[in-house]
Write a protein that binds this ligand. Structure first.
Ligand SMILES: Nc1ncnc2c1ncn2[C@@H]1O[C@H](COP(=O)(O)OP(=O)(O)OP(=O)(O)O)[C@@H](O)[C@H]1O
Ligand SMILES: [Mg+2]
Ligand SMILES: [Zn+2]
Length: 581
């Protein structure tokens, strides 16, 4: 491809609305342009990256035996009503009416579509297992689209769905997909960590997210160096070693704490530390149940664990008015609150029944001191693990202190169980001619998010540094000459390279070398071949390794030798991707 025929609007300035490197660089390198909130146009250079990632995904999915499909993006409401998700998806789902007033959704995911498509096709256990997939646009009306294509409202997803007669079969495909994902991401030059993830309150028995460690990640991962445990903090079990009875604990007393509402204020005022306080957090579940959670003052409630426990899909904190209306005193609610039908009381395991705490007295401007839950409560509260795991918590496997890191989720694999097959009354006959409900797995990869995440992981002050496997072109050819004859010599070399399978972008424009080098660097081609003044004066050319910055100058002997030099570096770069595998 020649730059003179191309559209490559590179820019010096960062776009005003971009806060992360990948977003800035995708715009500045002329890969994408914003259309409107959370919607992006792909320009030719950006599209090539997307297509290369898709190609890697397709090759690996096909090699694993998965079958590619293409289903409509517009999905009829009936499908979603049948699964119960027409309501559940809420505002995140884009909805559309046709001329007859029939309702549709722009598919945010395709469990319903694939299940209803395959139900009349798969009839016997002999037809199972199958793994089907597509690479297709998805639409989600995200509350906060951000970070460019990392969280957008239209994006390309590889979504796969597998159908099985039993758990053993599902487990095999799940494990296979796990391997396939690692291969896909490492071929894309991405280091991913599969982490244990929440499988939700609605069935599902196992789930892992493929995370890329990054300070801009929206997820927090708990990692154990000792045993290799990795989990989303939402999923990670927190185990507290509660000590036994302390000696000579004074009876609790009520103390005046005027205006001290936050844990830090209360702890400071009473001369203790947050760890020795109990705080309350009040929630409403989706079935309108009120819940009062008591948790140690230094801990945060893990709302995912709470949702799962309550089998609630939604959860929100109560307003002060709502707290008052059920007889709680906001900021001063404590464990002496009586049991009532208006609310459910839950304790987190961080609270040691035998320890003396400072906690709310259920009276404005008063707290209790020396409150020992195991001694002073009039009832034994339900106690479960509701803490969000944090740095230095003991690993749930081996008790070593956990580390935490931010991560970007690029893929997700999930054992779904029979949720959708059951909803669609999907049955196949088993060995004995009886009917069985197949179980499913689902496996997603965000293609655009993967592209942006690669940039997050691989860039420098000059621009993007593409892993060779996904670079829009593998080689950039920068020529520096205006002479007609000289240009035609370079044209011949360019044609030779193209004919010999080199994916090359020739900057043949009538521009200065500085400008061309800058463009080549910001777009991030891994290999740069320069045919400049020296080429015509003393027959030398240079090949730059964008990543290492090493530039090698050689004497031009023949097209074959030049090709050989390029291929040496190309192979080295591909090899280094495999090595990371
Ligand atoms: N709004 C989005 N923009 C770009 N990619 C997305 C978006 N939402 C999800 N993805 C990608 O699709 C993959 C599969 O979708 P899935 O439904 O598992 O995501 P999700 O759990 O909603 O992700 P998130 O927690 O980031 O919202 C994700 O792993 C991610 O790579
Ligand atoms: Mg989401
Ligand atoms: Zn461990």
């Amino acid at each position: 491809m020649k730059a003179s025929n191309y559209i490559l609007p590179t820019a010096k300035e960062d776009p005003a609305d971009a806060v992360v490197a990948s977003h800035k660089l995708m715009i500045r390198a002329g890969l994408v342009r914003k259309s409107s909130a959370g919607l992006y146009n792909y320009l030719p250079m950006g599209l090539r990256v997307l297509r290369k990632i898709e190609k890697i995904i397709r090759e690996e999915m096909d090699a694993s035996g998965a079958l590619e499909f293409e289903l409509p993006i517009l999905t009829p409401a009936e499908l979603w009503i049948e699964s119960g998700r027409w309501e559940l998806m809420g505002k995140e789902m884009f909805r559309q009416k046709d001329r007859h007033d029939a309702e549709y959704s722009l598919g945010p995911t395709h469990e319903e579509s694939f299940t209803s498509l395959l139900k009349p096709i798969l009839k016997s256990y002999k037809d199972l297992p199958v793994n089907v997939y597509q690479i297709r646009a998805k639409f989600r009306d995200e509350i906060r689209p951000r970070f460019g294509v990392i969280r957008s409202r239209e994006f390309t997803m590889k979504d796969a769905y597998s159908f099985h007669p039993d758990d053993a079969s599902l487990n095999l495909t799940y494990e296979l997909m796990r391997k396939v994902y690692r291969k896909i991401f490492s071929r894309c030059g991405l280091n991913t960590i599969p982490v244990q993830a929440d499988s939700g309150s609605m069935g599902g028995s196992g789930s892992e997210e493929f995370m890329v460690i990054s300070p801009i990640g929206e997820e927090t991962l708990a990692l154990c160096e000792k045993c290799g445990y990795s989990g989303n903090v939402e999923k990670t079990q927190v185990i507290f070693k509660n000590s036994g009875q302390q000696e000579k604990l004074s009876p609790y007393e009520k103390i005046s704490t005027p205006g001290k509402k936050t844990i830090n204020e209360v702890a400071e005022f009473t001369g203790t530390i947050p760890e020795n306080t109990i705080k309350s957090v009040m929630y409403k579940s989706d079935n309108k149940e009120n819940i009062i959670v008591f948790i140690r003052g230094d801990r945060e409630v893990n709302e995912v664990k709470l949702k799962n426990f309550l089998k609630s899909l939604d959860l929100r904190t109560l307003s002060n008015e709502e707290c008052n209306s059920i007889g709680c005193v906001p900021g001063f609610t404590g464990p002496t609150i009586p049991e009532k039908k208006e609310y459910k009381i839950i304790f987190d395991t961080s609270i040691n029944p035998q320890t003396a705490y400072v906690t709310g007295a259920n009276e404005t401007d008063f707290h209790l001191k020396f409150f020992v839950p195991g001694r002073d409560m009039s009832f034994k509260p339900e106690t479960i693990d509701l803490s969000l795991a944090s740095k230095n918590d003991p690993c749930p496997n081996c008790s070593s202190p956990l580390d935490t890191q931010k991560g970007i989720e690029v893929g997700h694999i999930f054992k779904l169980g029979d949720k959708y097959t059951k909803a669609f009354d999907f049955k196949v006959s088993d060995k004995n001619g009886k009917q069985l409900i197949p179980i499913m797995g689902t496996y997603g990869i965000g293609v655009n998010r993967t592209m942006a995440t690669i940039i997050e992981q691989s860039n420098d002050s000059k621009g993007i540094v593409w892993p060779i496997s996904v670079s829009p072109f593998e080689v950039s050819l920068v020529s520096i000459t205006k002479g007609v004859e000289e240009l035609s010599r370079i044209e011949k070399i360019y044609q030779y390279l193209v004919q010999n399978g080199i994916d090359v972008f020739w900057d043949d424009r009538d521009l200065g070398p500085g400008f061309k080098f800058k463009d080549s660097e910001i777009v991030g081609f891994p290999v740069r071949l320069t045919l400049g003044k020296n080429f015509f004066q003393d027959s030398t050319f240079s090949i730059l390794n964008r990543k290492s910055g090493e530039e090698k100058t050689s004497v031009f002997l023949s097209n074959e030798k030049l090709l050989e030099e390029i291929n040496i570096l190309r192979k080295e770069l591909f090899f280094s991707l495999e090595k990371n595998n």
